[in-house]
Design a protein around this ligand. Sequence first.
Ligand code: AMP
Length: 458
Amino acid sequence: MLAKYLAAGSRQNSPQEPRHSSRTRKEKKIPHRRAASNAGSPAVTRPSLDTGRIVTLETELISQEQNFKNEHKRTSSNDRKYTHSASAKSLGSFSDIETFKKEQEEQSKKEKILHSLLNSIKSGNLIPTNTNFYLIGKQLGKGAFGKVYLGLHRLTGLKVAIKTIDKSIIQDDRTRRKVFQEVYVMKKINHQNVIRLLEVFESPKHLMIVLEYSGGGDLLKLVKTRGSLTELEGKHIFSQLIEAIQACHTKNIIHRDVKLDNILITTDFTCIKLCDFGVSRSVKPGEKIYDQCGTPAYLAPEIIADRGYDPFYVDIWSMGVLLYAILTGTVPFRAKTLPELHKLILRCKYDMPDCLSLNAQDLIRRMLNPVPYMRISLEEMKIHPWFIDDENGFIEDSIIPRFAGGFMCSYRKTSEKEILMRMKGLGFPCEFVYQSLKFREINHVTATYYLLEISNMI
Ligand code: AMP
């Protein structure tokens, strides 16, 4: 019921935008330069859904398993132990058979999902998504409202992130509004540098928000393990952040929690993605707002002043804090207590390290301007001299930074034709796909479409 309401497309009434009034969230500490690295999470031990591999393994393993069974029957109880281990050796290991069985189970689950989806489309009433549609893997992180897990979209075998929110939490009106707001806002944005909302569904206990997966960790982790980034790396990251924020602002959405932890890096380290719209909201141009929210070290002075603020400028301020943080490894405003921190921010008192180029210093100063309307705009940022590489023109033509693959956003959206071919291959009627997309519905069919669109894996 909840998920249906959140996922409602334009065919039905859009959910009324909830009023937002969250309080300041807990700050995550910014590390010092070259801090010790974080231990990585354990790898997922899920069966591979690589169908190519399944097919080749299939014939080989069936005959191997059959041989094994026959051989096993023939042996006496005395030599059974020996034969058993010998056969196991010739098979590789028992885990191969286990893996194969699991892969077969996965295949049959995939077929069942497809069968029930296609039947429900035929009957004119698409079945709601349930947890069987995804294989849930390791925990990726923990947010303000619940845990985030790695998931596998069974129909395509592609990875997703699944945010789970305990339904008991959303009994509270304020939390419920925040969760609804997050979904409502994410539904509106479709940009390569913003984590994409794929669908929303529910289990008896949880509301599940399925998101595009970005497996390269976040900028906080990167700065923790690597220390401050070079200016060239900073340019690659920051130019993408400008695009992400612009995508939000042009839809009249303010993020309000731009910080290192909310910038995810794609698995191939080529692209950054803005995430966590938990305190974002949509606003009307010229509207003054009074909510106090964000992360303390990134708060704009006008939020702290608490006399109402023009919403769009607060994201620019946080971007200034973020740029400072990636280039220096620490935030510009640091204090032991919250009142002290507020004082520093209100006075705009911070040290600008000499090691930064004059252009970088200038850009940061223009973002950290205490007078909101005097802050540099997103359009002005794009043509700021910092982004001009002395020898090679704009950074797009510049040398590759020290990351594998560089920080150029190599993202390529798959063409509509390609995706529709793939959807058709799965058995989905094109007309149904068209109509669902046209009415911006959020269901398993559109989730499959969007996932294929962003996956580049066709
Ligand atoms: P959030 O609730 O959005 O603050 O997310 C909590 C944590 O989960 C983040 O800090 C990330 O480590 C992880 N996470 C959230 N969304 C994603 C995603 N789309 N892809 C990968 N990891 C994610």
